[in-house]
Design a protein around this ligand. Structure first.
Ligand code: FES
Ligand code: FES
Length: 159
């Protein structure tokens, strides 16, 4: 089937098998390998991307379901807030092996667009679908809080 999917602002037209997962499409057809596949069963969240602005697990969406929709992945260089989240994860040691990190960061982008001043509880609730086997989560929560500070600082300066 032919699908037309916008990814990180660029339009792609591709012929895919109907059973192709969005995660596989992103990684194999587009060669955007920052989106990871950890479990393939909707549990780990490593494959999280944004679809029309909402966080989805791309191992749970078929590429044909994304036809006509807009996807954002960890490689999106045009989003200033995404850049700040990435910086904050580095500064606050929000990653160790890094396998879960692309999914953590895309979920963080989604939550920070909804709530610019997230509490610890809000962050924990919104990270409920993202698993990390390394960090113990404290550094991830600190990274997201730092990212929210950076994003808010820029807003104040821009006013
Ligand atoms: Fe999609 Fe684990 S690979 S949730
Ligand atoms: Fe290793 Fe999260 S940093 S799984």
């Amino acid at each position: 089937m032919i699908v037309n999917i916008k990814v990180n602002g660029k339009e792609y037209k591709k012929d895919v098998e109907p059973r192709t997962l969005l995660a596989t499409f992103i990684r194999d057809d587009l060669r955007l390998t920052g989106t990871h596949i950890g479990c393939d069963t909707t549990n780990c969240g490593a494959c999280s991307v944004l679809m029309d602005g909402k966080a989805v697990k791309s191992c749970t969406v078929l590429a044909v379901q994304a036809d006509g929709h807009e996807i954002e992945t960890i490689e999106n260089e045009s989003d200033a807030d995404l850049k700040k989240i990435k910086e904050s994860f580095v500064e606050e040691n929000g990653l160790q092996c890094g396998f879960c990190t692309p999914g953590m960061i895309m979920t963080s982008l989604y939550m920070l667009r909804k709530n610019k001043n997230p509490s610890d509880d809000y962050i924990k609730t919104n990270l409920g679908g993202n698993l990390c086997r390394c960090t113990g989560y404290v550094s991830i929560i600190n990274s997201i809080k730092k990212a929210s500070e950076k994003i808010n600082e820029e807003r104040v300066v821009a006013k």
